[in-house]
Design a protein around this ligand. Sequence first.
Ligand SMILES: NC(=O)c1ccc[n+]([C@@H]2O[C@H](COP(=O)([O-])OP(=O)(O)OC[C@H]3O[C@@H](n4cnc5c(N)ncnc54)[C@H](O)[C@@H]3O)[C@@H](O)[C@H]2O)c1
Length: 296
Amino acid sequence: MPRLKPYAQIPGSSTQRSTMSFPFADVTNRPLSELLSLRGRRAVVTGAAQGLGKAIASRLAEAGADLLLIDLNADAADSAATELAQRYGVRVLSTRADVADAASVVAAADFAAAELGGIDVWVNNAGIFPNAPVTVMPDEMWDSTFAVNARGVFLGAREAARRMSADGSGGVIVNIISTAGVQVAFPGMAAYVGSKHAALGMTKSLAVDLAPLGIRVLGVAPSFVPTEGNLAAAKAGAEAAAAAGIEMPPLEVMNKSMIGRMGTPDDIARVVLFAASDLSMIMTGSTLMADGGETL
Ligand SMILES: NC(=O)c1ccc[n+]([C@@H]2O[C@H](COP(=O)([O-])OP(=O)(O)OC[C@H]3O[C@@H](n4cnc5c(N)ncnc54)[C@H](O)[C@@H]3O)[C@@H](O)[C@H]2O)c1
């Protein structure tokens, strides 16, 4: 267990925060190529076997980071790791872990710290999006959604921050939220929308706690991006609603994009790369809307 300062001893944890010196470098004079590069950094991406997580891992690898891919699906995470390592010539490891389970997250974070030599970037991407009208939503759907989408973000951030602060080097935590963190785009999403509002609020609070440790925390909020998991969840939700005699609007209502198309996983991954890199050094606590203007 890394040695941590009691909260009260952390500079900035008191009301005098504005007078304290925070350990974020001024990178004004560094060249763009350096600011965008993650060479020498160690990054962890959760839910990285497919969808947005795999696209995010791919851009972080291209930028030079060594990586640990975490997923419930060990085989798919392993093949994603092999593919990215071959394509970008960086170290990419994988491990099976459940982000909703504290012991599992601790083991994965220990593995990253031991095998990669530390953690500089942690992306809380794993998420689930079950859909059911609230009148037929079972308790288990509510609980599991909050376990993955909210507790998973808390556990990932806590374990990342403990290890980032252990050697004093700081780092960046990026939480993949959703436009559901600020609005309701579709019926049947009470659990999901609640959990993503929680994750967005937590992003602000984590930023306040972790700034004195040199750790920035940012959210990235995608709009609807077709992925394996997303399309399956939308279909299952429509079926559950139909079985309950409730008519759901067609999928197209999710596309209110100003850019004339839906987003792709790589559209989101490039925003995450910006957040994870030194280009975004001035930012912490905010959530970047990667939504093609949907929430305007
Ligand atoms: N695709 C979208 O339209 C969209 C929009 C907004 C936000 N998001 C968010 O982006 C993230 C990724 O979404 P996606 O569309 O790529 O989903 P996806 O279902 O395609 O992929 C999610 C991955 O996370 C893994 N995972 C799920 N639960 C896990 C757990 N408990 N522990 C570890 N791994 C777990 C899955 O095995 C899967 O590989 C989620 O947080 C989601 O809420 C997605």
